[in-house]
Design a protein around this ligand. Structure first.
Ligand SMILES: Cc1cc2nc3c(=O)[nH]c(=O)nc-3n(C[C@H](O)[C@H](O)[C@H](O)COP(=O)(O)O)c2cc1C
Length: 377
């Protein structure tokens, strides 16, 4: 399990901590993951809602302020770490968020929830910022590569392949196609890898996201052709995760059968802890009748008062109101059985395992050293 290099940035462990909005992966979680030798990602979605200057109307300005603040926090924890942002194409102030992220020192932009076709244009003045699209099909990766190359003479520095059958949050496939056993995560990983090799003579990292929980899963992903993994749900039940303890408790209490799919007003399916969701719409009907935020480019709640206000629902959950909030999670969330630390997860995933080395071939002086969480040089 070697290092992972994305563009100009290298981390000792082949792990990206997946972006989790709203404020589930803020500066604290991302900073600690980076400090432990992974890539830490701050999710940009809805950051403005928690900014003191936010007065209910100026969400886009507040989003930029919130993003600068989270990046500052993360770099205070891991000054030399590889810290980036997760920016969703579907949000209205996507362009501003990407620019703010670059200006405030993000080392990579990981971007999905739509095709990030304009990303190289938005980051043109920051050539060292690595660009990483999230896709769920080889076709989407091909489209992005062709458009980027034609318009900007640029190609992705890595690609995240997200499995709609297991990942948390908004998903990149139609509701009716999810969970029917037709999606092959690692065939897609290998397909994307082969496409860049054969078409562009390029060996870029392809990172598997969705359903990776423990060391065995990481080893499996790498054996199946991935260069790294993106893990999100696993990091929720850590002391460092930016969510309220009640959000983490919802993970600890949920059962496998509680996790399912719903349609988001963004027009995308999402995976969440379903027994928490019936009150969301009720709450919006009572309180937030009109959308004053316009956080999404396309939103059925804003257009037709259909479904619910997703950014407020995620925000409520992050603050601990899991009764009327939306608790996004991957299919593995039920496996969380305690609050742990980022460092403990890195040790479990990456520390050398003595039991796997036959005693006879082990050097006599060897100790099992835990993965170091000192800030990487
Ligand atoms: C609570 C939560 C919030 C998420 N929010 C986002 C987001 O804002 N943007 C995004 O691209 N992906 C989001 N995701 C998806 C993750 O980044 C990740 O790719 C996926 O959950 C990986 O699967 P895993 O949770 O099984 O590890 C979210 C996932 C969770 C669990």
């Amino acid at each position: 399990m070697g290092p992972l290099t994305i563009g100009k940035h290298t981390v000792p462990h082949p792990l990206i901590q997946g972006g989790m909005g709203v404020r589930i992966s803020g500066g604290n979680l991302a900073g600690h993951v980076a400090r432990c030798g992974g890539v830490g990602l701050i999710a940009t979605a809805g950051l403005g809602l928690d900014v003191p200057e936010f007065d209910g109307r100026n969400l886009y300005d507040a989003d930029q302020e919130g993003l600068r603040e989270e990046l500052r926090k993360a770099y205070a924890i891991a000054p030399n770490g590889v810290i980036g942002v997760n920016a969703m194409v579907a949000v209205s102030d996507y362009d501003q968020q990407v620019r703010t992220a670059c200006e405030a020192g993000a080392k990579l932009i990981v971007s999905g929830a739509g095709l990030p076709l304009s990303l190289p244009g938005l980051t043109a003045e920051f050539p060292d910022v690595a660009l990483v699209p999230i896709v769920s099909s080889v076709k989407a990766a091909e489209l992005i590569a062709r458009k980027w190359h034609k318009r900007y003479q640029r190609l992705p520095d890595a690609v995240v392949v997200e499995d709609p059958d297991t990942a948390g949050g908004h998903l990149g496939d139609k509701l009716e196609n999810i969970g029917i056993g037709e999606y092959d995560q690692y065939a897609t990983v290998r397909g994307v890898k082969a496409y860049f090799r054969d078409e562009w003579n390029l060996d870029i990292p392809v990172v598997a996201a969705g359903g990776v929980w423990d060391r065995r899963d990481v080893e499996y992903a790498l054996a199946q052709g991935a260069d790294g993994v993106q893990m999100a749900s696993r990091f929720v039940c850590t002391e460092e995760c930016d969510a309220d303890p009640a959000f983490k408790q919802a993970y600890l209490e949920c059962r496998e059968e509680d996790i399912g799919l719903l349609m988001s007003p963004a027009g995308l399916p999402g995976r969440a802890i379903l027994p928490n969701t019936p009150m969301i719409r009720q709450r919006d009907l009572e309180v937030d009748q009109k959308c004053g935020l316009a956080c999404l480019k396309k939103c059925t709640y804003r257009a037709d008062n259909e479904r619910f206000c997703v950014v407020r629902a995620l925000n409520r959950a992050q603050r601990g109101d899991v009764q009327t909030g939306l608790v996004f999670c991957g299919t593995n969330a039920w496996k969380a059985d305690r609050i742990t630390t980022v460092q403990a997860i890195f040790e479990e995933l990456f520390a050398p395992a003595a039991r796997e080395v036959p005693a006879a071939s082990r050097p006599t002086a060897r100790r099992d050293e835990p993965a170091s969480c000192a800030a990487p040089a």
